[in-house]
Design a protein. Structure first.
Length: 166
């Protein structure tokens, strides 16, 4: 899905979005912001690349990070919940983590390169997704994984909103 299509989808439904990003390091918000009028849908976001920031800003528990890793659905679920408590007043909250390359030194790692975890909070309910974007790593495809993660986020938001608004 193209960014302009995603923007149109949100704006037509009068929805706003806030993000908590790890693997994408701000690329999700930046991609949305690349469309003229982005302030109509984008409330803001946080980049929590390190586990310390996930704990400090979003209230992710150290126990969750230790047990499941920073790259897990359990972590993204806690990230999206914490994001929703920051007072951004969005319709949709999205948290995204994953593994774009190795080595990863922050807590333990579960998953393979290209693994993306995504949680969406919409209408008071959390929806969780995961997908492997690529498994073979090279410096060239690190950013491809991040870009595919953004596209995956767009698709999942459309799916969640579409299914609930039927």
């Amino acid at each position: 899905m193209k960014t302009s299509e995603f923007f149109s989808f949100l704006s037509q439904k009068k929805l706003t979005i806030a993000t908590a990003e790890s693997i994408t390091a701000g690329l999700l918000s930046s991609t949305i912001a690349s469309v003229s009028g982005a302030s109509l849908v984008l409330k803001g976001g946080v980049i929590t690349y390190s586990s310390k920031l996930k704990i400090k800003l979003l209230g992710v528990s150290a126990e969750t990070l230790e047990k499941y890793s920073a790259e897990s659905i359990e972590t993204t679920n806690e990230m999206v919940k914490g994001l929703s408590e920051l007072g951004l007043d969005a319709s949709i909250y999205v948290a995204i983590t994953g593994i774009a390359s190795l080595p990863v030194t922050d807590y333990n790692v579960s998953g393979e390169v290209g693994q993306v975890y995504l949680s969406i909070l919409y209408n008071g309910k959390i929806f969780s997704f995961q997908k492997v974007m690529q498994s073979a790593f090279s410096e060239d495809n690190r950013n491809q994984i991040r870009q595919k993660a953004v596209e995956f986020a767009f698709e999942c938001v459309v799916e969640v909103v579409g299914n609930l608004d039927k």
